[in-house]
Design a protein around this ligand. Structure first.
Ligand SMILES: [Zn+2]
Length: 258
């Protein structure tokens, strides 16, 4: 027991310098069954959660556009050095862009983080094995509740926290706005995991009032997100440009609530 614990602490001692600033706080020791983790009470403030969710929204503009059809953006953050957190990487759905059906926002972010964590010329310079371990100290934010594929990826990464915005179910959900879904909520994926000591904290519906607008126009009559207009063709997609516009094409003054 002592040997196992010592080996575990030594492993984290090698990761801490890479993932934390000089002023370190204890990293989340996933896999240490001796520790009790309160998964119900979030130690990070709602304001900080909202900040990083807005960063996940802005990842869409950075990697795609403010109004992509699949507005699924994600960021992966290190909260272990400070509650405020430090950005490690961002991601956005690239299924159509790259022709890869697995590149949902969450998986795209994980792929980007792996590249950054293992870059021999980068900040972290981790081995593959250490990068894999490092995910258990990181927090993944995503603009919508993860599908079963992404929920499984989050589970396999053993992330410290998984924070999502627009839910799959409910009155203002992906399903309510017509998005096709596999009806298997991420909470259930986590609950059905066998043989794993799941320590991921799930923080639901952070800033859902702000992300909902990203998902209302694709299968319904919702307005385009800010900074986007309806394309003037039979597709009628929202594209970058102009002021804010309602689905009928009637322009409204900037800043007016729709
Ligand atoms: Zn997904």
């Amino acid at each position: 027991m002592f040997t196992t614990l010592t080996a575990f602490l030594c492993l984290w001692a090698t990761l801490l310098p890479a993932l934390s600033t000089a002023k370190q706080s204890p990293i989340h020791p996933v896999g240490n069954s001796a520790e009790t983790i309160d998964l119900e009470n979030d130690p990070v403030s709602p304001a900080i959660r909202a900040h990083w969710m807005r960063r996940a929204i802005s990842a869409l503009s950075e990697l795609s556009s403010p109004c992509p059809f699949a507005a699924f953006g994600a960021v992966i953050v290190n909260h272990t050095a400070s509650e405020e957190g430090e950005l490690v990487c961002i991601g956005a759905n690239a299924v159509m862009k790259d022709g890869n059906p697995t590149l949902h926002g969450e998986v795209a972010a994980i792929n980007n983080c792996t590249r950054i964590l293992t870059d021999p010329a980068g900040k972290y310079k981790l081995s593959g094995a250490d990068a894999l371990k490092a995910f258990s100290a990181l927090s993944l934010y995503t603009t919508a509740e993860a599908c079963p594929m992404c929920s499984s990826a989050i589970l396999y990464g053993a992330f410290r926290d998984y924070i999502y915005s627009t839910p799959i179910h409910g009155p203002n959900s992906l399903l309510a706005h017509g998005w096709p879904q596999i009806d298997l909520p991420s909470k259930e994926i986590f609950a059905r995991s066998l043989g794993r000591d799941v320590r991921t904290r799930i923080v639901p519906e952070v800033l859902a009032n702000e992300t909902e607008g990203l998902f209302v126009w694709q299968f319904g009559d919702g307005a385009c997100p800010a900074g986007c207009v309806k394309e003037d063709d039979e597709r009628g997609w929202c594209v970058e440009g102009g002021g804010r516009q309602v689905a009928s094409g009637k322009k409204v003054s900037p800043g007016r609530e729709l």
